[in-house]
Design a protein around this ligand. Structure first.
Ligand code: HEM
Length: 437
């Protein structure tokens, strides 16, 4: 049948407002009413067809990337990542760029960053206050930012690294405030967040171009950072390299910090999970931690949608959906399917011991030719940092009530910042657990 699957008939603005206020509840209500595939009519999309049937998701992820664009939907990120970012490219150019970037993110390669990640986590954990409550999310952000500056950008000099970290915090925070609000993207006579994004952005660019120039003028065959690998192993221009560095920051910093914060938030509210995790880590076992991370990313996905814009009509759930429509694979709704996950709202890491995640039923990193390039990096970093957090600390929640999922630009974060109390801390020691693969 030609056209769109049915969905709510509310006016566009009302649907948009509802979505902003109560997105998760609204989506579940619509799925109960309209089924696994329904159409929303809300800004900024022409039409958004929400898909939560794994068989349809498989067809979308396996579909021809020339007919299913992702770059257009990511254009909102352009002020931060630049027009040459892999996130914004489509078609052959996107595939070419991915091929250049992929080797630097190969799972096995990540092992070289294990020690650095643990050291950064230990230093941060050592600064956590004892017996007074604080939000762990802010701390996780500092850890993931430092890991990106050191492991991805390869900045070794402490003063330069610190300067860059400070500027990157400013540019991403300012950026998050204005990216989703186009009317704010104006220079109000040398004032306002947009103007400041430009000012700070120029200083960030100067530092990044300087790092790129250093790699070009004095190549180091033993360097393990991702920038060095890209300079040595690709023909990317300085501008393309700058855009990809900002892409890796924007895509990898807040997401990984949020994923780890949700693990802490969920684990501490499930004492048997917490007890088993700590006991296994003390025995040098990290298999359960793997399941804990997978389950946290399932019940609290950091990103709840991945978008594809149709360049030609496509059949979905019995409807021929026209060119120009956007298909939104709903990670949230798929992760809450009772047929895939019995008791879908329960936090039960054991479910992943019984069976590994389904390719089209567990989607925190999206899928197909656009699947997250940093998935192995993120998974590895989460394991390193959380091993230190749960292995070294006697932790409890500040308030037993679960934290709400609050929107922050394109991510969903713990509303109170994942507040915890540290009752005791053991000093950092050489890794007791072998560095996980
Ligand atoms: C828990 C942490 C993370 C989550 C939940 C996450 C999630 C995602 C998702 C959902 C997408 C879109 C996939 C799609 O459209 O099918 C994506 C894309 C991407 N991610 Fe991640 N990500 C994480 C960490 C990282 C890290 C650490 C990096 C790099 C250092 C990274 C780099 C990227 C890049 C470059 C893309 C664009 C891929 C493309 O367009 O081809 N991500 N990520």
């Amino acid at each position: 049948m030609e056209g769109y699957p049915p969905g709510p008939r509310l006016p566009r603005t009302l649907q948009g407002l509802r979505m902003l206020a109560t997105e998760h509840r609204m989506l579940e209500r619509y799925r109960r009413r309209w089924g696994d595939v329904f159409t929303l009519n809300l800004w900024p999309f022409e039409r958004l067809v929400v898909v939560s049937d794994p068989a349809e998701v498989k067809r979308i992820f396996q579909g021809d990337p020339h007919e299913l664009h992702a770059g257009e939907g990511n254009r909102v990120l352009e002020p931060l990542v630049g027009s040459e970012s892999v996130l914004l490219l489509d078609d052959d150019e996107h595939l070419r760029r991915r091929k250049l970037l992929l080797p630097a993110f190969h799972g096995e390669r990540m092992r070289v960053y294990g020690e650095l990640m643990r050291e950064i986590a230990d230093a941060e954990i050592d600064a956590w206050p004892l017996r007074s409550e604080f939000p762990v999310h802010a701390s996780m952000q500092r850890i993931t930012l430092r890991v990106i500056v050191r492991a991805v950008f390869g900045v070794e000099d402490d003063a330069r690294a610190l300067e860059l970290e400070e500027l990157l915090v400013q540019v991403t925070e300012l950026g998050q405030r204005v990216l989703m609000v186009p009317p704010l993207q104006r220079d109000f006579g040398g004032h306002g967040p947009w103007y400041r994004v430009g000012q700070v952005g120029e200083r960030v660019d100067a530092l990044l171009y300087d790092e790129i120039a250093r790699r070009r003028s004095a190549p180091d065959a033993d360097a393990t950072d991702i920038l060095s690998m890209l300079v040595a192993g690709s023909d990317l221009t300085d501008e393309q390299l700058r855009d990809e560095l900002m892409t890796l920051l924007v895509a990898g910093h807040e997401t990984t910090a949020t994923g780890m914060s949700w693990v802490v938030e969920r684990v501490l509210r499930h004492p048997p999970v917490h007890a088993r995790l700590c006991a296994e880590l003390a025995d040098g076992e990290d298999g359960y931690l793997d399941c804990v991370i997978k389950e946290a990313l399932r019940v609290r996905p950091v990103i709840t949608y991945v978008m594809r814009t149709l360049k030609s009509p496509m059949d979905v759930a019995g409807y021929t959906i026209p060119t120009g429509a956007t298909l939104g694979t709903s990670i949230l709704l798929i992760h809450r399917r009772a047929d895939l996950y019995p008791e879908p709202y329960a936090f039960r890491p054991e479910r992943f011991e019984e069976s590994p995640p389904d390719t089209y039923g567990w989607l925190p990193f999206g899928g197909g030719v656009r699947r997250c390039l940093g998935a192995a990096f993120a998974g590895f970093e989460m394991k390193q940092v959380l091993t230190q957090v749960f292995g070294r600390l006697d932790l409890r929640v500040a308030d037993p009530r679960p934290e709400r999922q609050a929107r922050r630009a394109i991510t969903f974060v713990p509303a109170r910042g994942a507040r915890v109390v540290v009752d005791a801390r053991v000093p950092a020691v050489a890794p007791a657990v072998p560095i996980p693969a």
